[in-house]
Write a protein that binds this ligand. Structure first.
Ligand code: CA
Length: 701
């Protein structure tokens, strides 16, 4: 119900207006979100009780000063409420909270406003991203969260839009397309607001795009500036002096493939130095031999950039992986901190990018202070502090070898946020152990929407077997995860907790001496910050990727975490037996609510289809499956992840298999493969699925 409160209507109606609870509530939300100004963002600290910006504050340390929930009373931490979001894909969002009003995002870039006092939805907003954009996202249709500023909520969408919503009502203020929608761009990262500008990057380097980061006026939606991270067509004028410098570090026709360098996640801001820090991603395609034949550092791939937020000009850069050829993005979480190093107070920037080295930089100048491996690393022996460059092992670039390289494309650490406790001085990293074969595919061609890796592992074509093989007996053969406490001053591990599965959740540290993390098995845990001792845990049903947040409502501390299995590590692997809908869990001391109960999912049956293909054809079907289907549907008979395991799909699905592959499920996010697979190939893929299913039936019997 809505009233239009005109003064001429007199006292009686004025009272009626005042008593309209919905309108009063909207007015209240408007007031509290209008207070999120530049000053409020600069002063955002863990003690205010709000969580105003993605990383809690501009330093993005995710260290809350709240200590009502602490090591001594954690035993009585219990569930207060849960709220189902009605989604079934991965959830990676950091919720924002102001005066108990929570904002978060879900799959397909949906936005939710939740009243944490009641656990009820205030409004939700669906940007109605067309399903055909889903496959543009390498790693699920996820979103890592919104931004808040002066009464508005900002979200980036899978189809490349930046949208401003009224924080009180969820009604759109404005929207702009930030990308060329004919190319394979996506937005999964959270926007940040700096000096009235909404800063947003994009992803897509797996599919041949050129990375950039843009700033839009928060009020009007007009673009203020755009900084390209890699050079474009060299026959055209360079967009900036930084692009002129970058051009000298590239060869060949990289610009036809986009070049990559997408800024799809990490940002931080130092208001005193007035520098915006942005992490950039891998090259497109991955393999430098194809991307930039003849070599070169390929600036500004896999780099940390310091940008003037007023005009988007580059102030300094540090490239973590020159000439990247492994998908070693430097988009991983960036934390700013003030550390005492050799007796001197230093303003530093810290990052644990995919390449396995933990970097501490002087954030004023970009000078490297330290870089030590935080996981097993074999692509480089060390980073030379004098030159700031890694010293590579010759085999690792896989030009003359097929080699086991560690870490792999998942990274020693991926997007899941770390936390830095100013009390313990430790950085808590959701780290991973892994390695993989890398080799140059001798016949790779840039393909429309193809996974542009140009290494052999997932093209279905294979390596050049005439090259020598370089194995590494020390490299981890089985991927696994851990929560690691890293001392950034001593560059060493203080403690670590092992997780069986590789892909676990982002981290929160608090002044209560606690470190919180969810894991792939659907357990949400609290650890003692100086020892790693497990102090508390609660089941949350489904595997977790998103980091938790903490906040005060009416003076009481709460902890919330959004749960929903999916993302790069989730869409192809099912860890818990049941995949539940996306859901928010909220905990407080003394909480006694019961977790939601779901009916058991019906037992799935293996498809029994007629096998008409011979062994050779089934092999071909397997290669086609590996090249086209595996990234989303996972290993056949392996259980699937957030997306179906096709060995267990129904007869009805398999009867319509060809049409589904040719686009009939496009609205659901299943790509149309008409341009990539002919009917013979589609049939070979299905024959391979039938054959795997038959083998499983035989095993089960
Ligand atoms: Ca990548």
């Amino acid at each position: 119900m809505k009233y239009h409160c005109l003064p001429i209507l007199g006292l009686a109606l004025m009272l009626a207006c005042k008593s309209d609870p919905e309108q009063q509530f909207h007015k209240h939300i408007n007031e509290v979100t209008q207070r999120i100004t530049n000053e409020a963002l600069i002063n955002a600290t863990g003690t205010s009780g709000d969580w105003l910006t993605h990383g809690l504050n501009y330093y993005e340390d995710r260290f809350s000063g709240l200590s009502q929930i602490n090591q001594y009373n954690i035993d009585s931490l219990g569930l207060v409420w849960t709220l189902e979001l009605g989604t079934r894909r991965g959830i990676e969002a950091t919720p924002l909270v102001v005066d108990g009003i929570m904002y978060l995002t879900g799959p397909w870039s949906k936005v939710y406003a939740v009243d944490t006092r009641t656990g009820e939805m205030i409004w939700s907003y669906n940007p109605e991203v067309p399903g055909r954009f889903g496959p543009n996202a390498c790693c699920d249709v996820v979103n890592r969260g919104p931004a808040l500023y002066q009464g508005s909520v900002f979200v980036g969408t899978i189809d490349g839009r930046l949208i401003s919503l009224n924080a009180a009502t969820g009604d759109p203020n404005w929207q702009v397309y930030t990308t060329d929608t004919t190319k394979y761009y996506t937005i999964t990262g959270a926007p940040r607001v700096v000096k009235g500008k909404v800063i947003i990057g994009n992803g897509g380097a797996e599919y041949g795009v050129r990375g950039y980061i843009s700033a839009y006026d928060a009020e009007s939606g007009e673009m203020d500036w755009r900084f390209y991270t890699v050079p474009g067509d060299p026959s055209m004028p360079a967009e900036s002096p930084a692009m002129e410098e970058a051009l000298r570090t590239w060869n060949g026709d990289w610009w036809k493939y986009g070049g990559g360098g997408t800024a799809w996640d990490a940002m931080a801001y130092d208001p005193d130095l007035d520098l915006l820090y942005v992490g950039t991603g891998n090259g497109s395609p991955w393999n430098r031999q194809y991307r930039s034949p003849g070599g070169g550092d390929n600036l500004y791939l896999s780099s940390i950039l310091a940008i003037n937020p007023d005009n988007g000009s580059l102030v300094w850069h540090y490239q973590t992986t020159p000439g990247d050829t492994w998908d070693y993005t430097a988009t991983q979480h960036i934390i700013l901190a003030d550390l005492t190093l050799e007796g001197k107070q230093r303003k530093v920037l810290m990052q644990a990018p995919k390449n396995g080295f933990f970097y501490v930089l002087d954030r004023e100048t970009g000078t490297l202070i330290s870089a030590k491996p935080y996981v097993y690393v074999n692509w480089a022996t060390h980073v030379d502090l004098e030159s700031g460059r890694p010293v590579e092992n010759e085999f690792s670039r896989y030009e003359n070898y097929n080699a086991v390289v560690s870490p792999n494309y998942d990274g020693g650490h991926n997007w899941q946020p770390m936390a830095y406790s100013v009390v313990t001085g430790l950085v808590y990293i959701p780290a991973m152990r892994n390695s993989h074969w890398y080799g140059t595919n001798p016949v790779w061609e840039y393909g429309k929407n193809g996974y542009s890796s140009s290494t052999g592992w997932n093209t279905g074509i294979g390596f050049d077997s005439s090259k020598p093989v370089m194995n590494d007996s020390l490299a981890p053969t089985q991927s696994s995860g851990m929560l690691m406490a890293w001392d950034p001053v001593l560059s060493e591990v203080k403690w670590l907790v092992n997780h069986e599965y590789r892909w676990n959740a982002g981290v929160l540290a608090t002044a209560g001496g606690l470190v919180f993390q969810g894991n792939a098995e659907g357990i949400f845990s609290a650890y003692q910050d100086d020892t790693g001792d497990l102090l508390w845990e609660a089941p949350v049903g489904t595997g977790v990727s998103a980091p938790p947040v903490t906040y005060l409502v009416n003076g009481k501390q709460y902890i919330s975490i959004a749960v929903g299995w999916g993302g790069a590590g989730g869409q192809t692997n099912k860890i818990t037996e049941q995949i539940y809908p996306g859901i928010i869990y909220t905990f407080a001391i003394g909480g006694q609510a019961s977790p939601p109960e779901y009916p058991e999912m019906p037992a799935k049956e293996l498809i029994q289809g007629e096998i008409t293909a011979n062994a050779r054809e089934i092999d071909a079907g397997q290669r086609l499956y590996g090249a086209n289907c595996n990234r989303c549907h996972g290993r056949i008979g392996g259980g699937g992840g957030a997306l179906p395991d096709l060995a267990y799909s129904s007869t009805r699905i398999h009867e319509n298999f060809r049409y589904i592959v040719q686009g009939s499920f496009e609205a659901l996010g299943m790509p149309d493969f008409t341009d990539k697979l002919n009917e013979v190939e589609i049939n070979l893929i299905q024959q391979y699925i039938f054959s795997e299913a038959a083998a499983l039936v035989a095993v089960n019997n």
